[in-house]
Design a protein around this ligand. Sequence first.
Ligand code: PBG
Length: 325
Amino acid sequence: MLRRPRRNRNNAAIRNMVEETHLRVSNLVYPLFVVDGKGIKEEISSMPGNFRMSQDVVLKEIRECIKLGLTNFILFPAVAEKLKDKVATYSYDPENFYLKIASAIKKKFPDTCIISDVAMDPYSSDGHDGYVDDGQIVNDVTLPILAKMAVAQAQAGFDLIGPSDMMDGRIQVIREALDEAGFYTTGIMSYTAKYASAFYGPFRDALDSAPKAGDKKTYQMNPANKKEALIEAELDTAEGADFLMVKPALNYLDVIHVLKQNFDLPIAAYHVSGECAMLIAACQNGWLEYKKAMPETLLSIHRAGADVIITYFAKDFAKLVKGKL
Ligand code: PBG
């Protein structure tokens, strides 16, 4: 045998020397669920270790994360039912607590990167990402609402705007609205290939944002399709996106890979609630070892081609790196 690949695995020093993929805390984004009020920290039952938090609690949480080297956050609001309506008016209301929390974070921690969520579902009485008329999700009526939401978020201080709604043409409409309002330095992290996945369940529990009727299959992508992701990526690139995201991550590693190979924009992957919940449940049962399975999972997403990973494990990974988990 002339070729013995095992020689390069002989000891830890050699293995480290030939290690191909390195995941850093700076590649990770930590999702935070925020609510109106004070002193609120409610655990989300299907996502142990994740909480709905009011502003004071979120600020403490972010301080802790920064100490661990974690600087990137994506924020999602849990909105009271009485504030929801058909056109998501509260999403761009200057009194919106979500916008106020964003401003408070940037004021206190200017060196963070905070990412918003643009979609109607947290604010919509129909629970859909777009405007609903007679059971249909109407694309072009939704666009100006998303644009207003995005401008309000940029105004509040978000560094990156995160359209997760999957309406056609929204990146261009949002980019133009941001530029017109003077926010030409605010970036867009587009949910480029967001699939109609069964793995968002715990997130919808967290925000109470599940659709009241029907499903999201006329706007989110069919899990069977990959070429369609290339079409979406081409459009988002042309329309002015700064990041292309694939969501979920683990069941879609091939999609992450094909976007990484074909596009030069940074690729993000959203390791979604259901994917994290599965691993947590297996660890709680003693079937997997968290300290090993968790980093291997994140590494696989990075290796597939994701430059940025949005994951509920971000804080634990940061702790692990510091030897504090
Ligand atoms: C809403 C939104 C969803 C997620 C992020 N933004 C849910 C959905 O599309 O129904 C899911 C995230 C997760 O499951 O962790 N537009």
